[in-house]
Design a protein around this ligand. Structure first.
Ligand SMILES: Cc1ncc(COP(=O)(O)O)c(C=O)c1O
Ligand SMILES: [Zn+2]
Length: 452
């Protein structure tokens, strides 16, 4: 019997590759295959998302059978959820409390890294009231990470993999936040870093990427050009010994986003919300949050209940949202044009998987325009005291639109993600966030300005 699902999905991604795989998935791993097994904790192998073939843990990212993306497969500690819950709760206030569920060594918390995570889950009653949400609303505020975006989570896992594989230079293609996270992590861990960004990013993101002392290369082109260039560099002798966190270390990198799912569930008292609103650039974060939620259910750490995943894009870069609305499986690449530069990936690698997850869970993928993004940033700031970067404006704006259009039930409980800090995208709001008045330092002038 042949399995055609691999073929179907590759067609969906527009790849000109035909391959048919046997239904019983090939296992190319043996217990002794990976010399690194101990360094990856509960991780057992890399597994192809398309055909299921397993490979030893190593710095590879594409299936040798079908070119599908690889992800980490685990032997998870199923059996005693109470003991696992206690172990996690006794752990450090960082993502390392979840080390038993991640591809990292058991002593990871003692190593030189940035210890990201355990960020605030803000109960957003004021925002809920403004949006007409009655079932409860929380903002998972990842601006509190060491370099002020969720990217510290994914980089921390990739860094440990780079250390294990003996790679000496840490690198990435970035829409901004990742470059800063890689630069900082490399500085702390004693790696060389060389990161690549599009030339037209916000100045705060350029400074954040350069200040940690590694090499920063601005490429004359879009993020998709930067990413293509990095793929070429990986195959070149110039890239030897380099760990591109989101390319050749991508299977490990992606796992960092699972910690958002774990934290949200633990901070809600070990239970799942009804809805999650998550931004999409490549789509990796959204797919791994879903993976994390599924693991929590499988491990018995939370009660098995339905949840809906909603993806959020900027209208000026909305290929996944467009495919969702058109009922299509293929994500057609676009040329981004939006103030949400951190989400400006026109050809998102995980787009088809995002569509699968939104459809499977009964969620949706929506988009908002630049004006709605700015409105949402100021709405969140004014109601909850949380200053989000444009990616947070996208999620909050999309949440508002989902409620207004009846796609999200306001009587159900929602968690909306803010994945980055507003200080990084000041340009988005600086026209409207101005002094109320500029006056002489006298009471008379204060009264004249109508402020008394
Ligand atoms: C602030 C912020 N949020 C969300 C994302 C989305 O990440 P992903 O590529 O995993 O979809 C990014 C990606 O750069 C980002 O910088
Ligand atoms: Zn495969």
């Amino acid at each position: 019997m042949t399995q055609t699902c691999g073929v179907r999905k590759m067609r969906r991604k527009g790849l000109a590759i035909m391959a048919v795989h046997t239904a019983d998935h090939t296992d190319r791993t043996t217990a002794t295959d990976s010399p690194f097994a101990d360094a990856f904790g509960p991780a057992a192998a890399l597994s192809c998302r398309e055909c299921g073939t397993r490979f030893p843990l190593s710095p590879i990212f594409a299936c040798q059978e079908c070119f599908g993306p690889l992800e980490v497969a685990y032997d998870l500690p199923v059996g005693d959820p109470e003991a696992l819950r206690r172990q996690i709760e006794a752990g450090p206030a960082s993502i390392w409390r979840y080390a038993p569920l991640l591809p990292v060594p058991a002593d990871v918390a003692t190593k030189r890294n940035l210890h990201p995570g355990w960020t605030k889950l803000v109960k957003a009653d004021n925002l809920a009231r403004e949006l007409g949400i009655t079932g409860g609303l929380h903002v998972k505020d990842d601006s509190g990470n060491p370099t002020h975006s969720f990217k510290d989570r994914v980089v921390a896992i990739a860094l440990e993999a780079a250390r294990t594989f003996g790679l000496t230079t840490l690198s990435c293609s970035s829409t901004g936040n990742l470059a800063g996270a890689v630069g900082a992590a490399a500085a702390r861990a004693g790696f060389r870093s060389c990161v690549f960004i599009p030339h037209d990013l916000e100045s705060a993101k350029v400074v954040m990427a350069a200040v940690y002392g590694g090499d920063l290369v601005a490429i004359e082109g879009s993020y998709d050009d930067v990413n293509r260039f990095c793929s070429e560099l990986i195959g070149d002798p110039a890239g030897e010994g380099w760990g591109f966190v989101n390319v050749n270390l991508r299977p490990y990198y992606g796992e960092g986003s699972k910690t958002l799912a774990y934290e949200i569930a633990e901070q809600l008292g070990w239970r799942l919300p009804d809805n999650l609103v998550i931004p999409i650039a490549s789509g990796s974060q959204l797919t791994k949050i879903d993976k994390g939620l599924q693991e929590l259910i499988k491990l018995g750490l939370v009660e098995d209940k339905p949840y809906k995943i909603f993806g959020a894009q900027a209208e000026g870069c909305s290929p996944v949202s467009a495919a969702f609305k058109a009922g299509q499986d293929v994500v057609r690449p676009v040329k981004p044009d939006t103030i949400a530069k951190s989400l400006a990936i026109g050809n998102p690698a995980d787009g088809p998987y995002v569509l699968d997850i939104a459809r499977r869970t009964g969620g949706a993928v929506e988009d908002v325009n630049d004006a709605q993004i700015v409105d949402a940033i100021t709405l969140l700031a004014r109601t909850e005291g949380v200053f989000a970067e444009t990616a947070g404006g996208v999620t909050v704006g999309v949440l508002r639109k989902l409620v207004e259009t009846g796609q999200l039930d306001p009587a159900s409980e929602t968690v909306v993600l803010n994945t980055g800090d507003g200080l990084k995208t000041l340009n988005a709001v600086e026209a409207s966030a101005r002094p109320t008045a500029t006056i002489r330092p006298t009471l008379a002038a204060f009264r004249e300005a109508g402020l008394a």
